[in-house]
Design a protein around this ligand. Structure first.
Ligand SMILES: Cc1ncc(COP(=O)(O)O)c(C=O)c1O
Length: 402
């Protein structure tokens, strides 16, 4: 597998490993780590991140979709996986076949699942409690009664875990967090009173795991901090250990020229040089996820120096202003370090008025991911070429086009 463009993401797997090991040392020995690798590991690449996290102390993986779990199984991951979102009842057979645990919070779901499920293989489930996130989960004791009845009626359905999700664990004010935590402990007791007593109980995301190592039950779901990013701006100054960002975004100069005073650059001719100016062209644009709104805010690094983006960002290219005629092929860093300069993901999310979670997710599959360990490139993922090679109707298409 190779890639044929001059723009790429570098994922430092050592950083993922270090961030995981540091959390492991921070939490009680008996608390397991579920590495959250949904959304292609927040844009980093699910398989390599899962592999590294499991090698560094994580014992579970969490994804949002059954498809994401199946993709990890296809690649040979054997560790337990939980699908955190809603799954179609009709799809439990494929989950059970691949030993994938699912989230449940509706008695009607179990009823439908029971009707459609023909196998005797056990189906492992985690009950989701809505303690204040207001997204998915049971809230009322009537729902607990209905779930408990449904489980009693069918021993193929096994409650493996109970969990909830915090809405404000990353904020300074603990009031809402405490309310959710209290509600969760009450719901746990109420579920146990109904004979539901699973092995796994988990509530903490990264923020809660970092801030409250005494409130984790026996598993944490570790997402953003595993990627080396602070769960919020508020938490940045008070992290229990240093996080190392794993994600860098790089490109290189594919064209360099000098324009005269009065000449303009890019759509709308919004940038006009006031003196002879060196302009570099970079093969990255908004179709890669490098959004137009970054122009006028983000700067890029060349040989450890910051240079501004000039003119509008195009679909596949953008221009920067240089201080000299740098050679073609010179590496340009959009996120990450160059010399003594550093562009953090937080800097980019600040320009976009969003959270750091969104930035690696928005750099899409058009940008190949290169995986580094001990400064050595160990793997490449390039879905553009991957997906072309699995086109089933390829032969027929070839014939038609001939
Ligand atoms: C249910 C659930 N658990 C855990 C996480 C991980 O959260 P974080 O990335 O803040 O650690 C998420 C992420 O959104 C989630 O939805």
């Amino acid at each position: 597998m190779e890639f044929y463009r001059e723009t790429w993401v570098e994922v430092n797997l050592n950083a993922i490993g270090l961030n995981t090991k540091q959390l492991k040392a921070h939490i009680p020995d008996e608390t397991q780590i579920m590495a959250i690798v949904k959304a292609d590991a927040y844009g980093h690449g699910a398989y390599p991140v899962a592999f590294e996290a499991l090698s560094s102390g994580a014992t579970w993986l969490g994804v949002a979709l059954l498809d994401e779990a199946l993709s990890l199984r296809q690649k040979g991951i054997k560790a337990p996986i939980l699908v955190l979102g809603w799954t179609r009842p009709a799809d439990i057979a494929i989950a059970a076949e691949h030993n994938i645990s699912l989230t449940v919070f509706q008695a009607e779901w179990i009823k439908q699942a029971r009707e459609q499920y023909q196998s005797q293989m056990p189906v492992f489930l985690h009950i989701k409690c809505d303690t204040g996130m207001g997204r998915i989960g049971i809230r009322e004791t009537e729902e607990m009664d209905a779930l408990a009845d449904a489980f009693r009626a069918d021993p193929r359905f096994i409650v493996e875990g109970i969990f909830t999700h915090f809405a404000t664990a990353d904020e300074n004010d603990p009031t809402y967090f405490n309310k959710q935590y209290q509600r969760f402990t009450t719901m746990l007791t109420q579920l146990m009173d109904r004979g539901i007593n699973p092995n796994l109980v988990h509530c903490a995301n990264s923020a809660a795991a970092l801030k409250h190592p005494d409130k984790l039950f026996n598993m944490v779901r570790y997402g953003i901090a595993m990627y080396g990013l602070s769960p919020s701006e508020q938490m940045k100054s008070d992290l229990p250990f240093q996080l190392q960002q794993a994600f860098s975004l790089k490109t290189s100069l594919v064209h360099v020229k000098q324009i005269e005073a009065g000449e303009s650059v890019s759509y709308g001719a919004t940038f006009t040089a006031t003196e002879p100016t060196w302009i570099g062209t970079l093969p990255i644009g908004y179709a890669d996820g490098w959004l137009r709104r970054l122009a006028g805010h983000a700067t890029v690094l060349v040989k450890g120096k910051r240079f501004p983006i000039v003119g509008r960002i195009c679909m596949d290219q953008m221009m920067i202003q240089l201080d000299a005629p740098y050679p073609l092929g010179e590496e340009v860093t959009l996120i990450g370090s160059s010399g003594n300069e550093y562009v953090s993901i937080d800097e980019i999310s600040g320009y976009l008025g969003t959270i750091n979670y969104e930035v690696p997710c928005m750099i899409n599959h058009r940008v190949p991911r290169l995986y580094f360990k001990n400064d050595e490139r160990i793997a490449i993922s390039n879905p553009i070429i991957d997906s072309a090679s699995i086109l089933e109707e390829k032969d027929e298409l070839d014939k038609k086009l001939d």
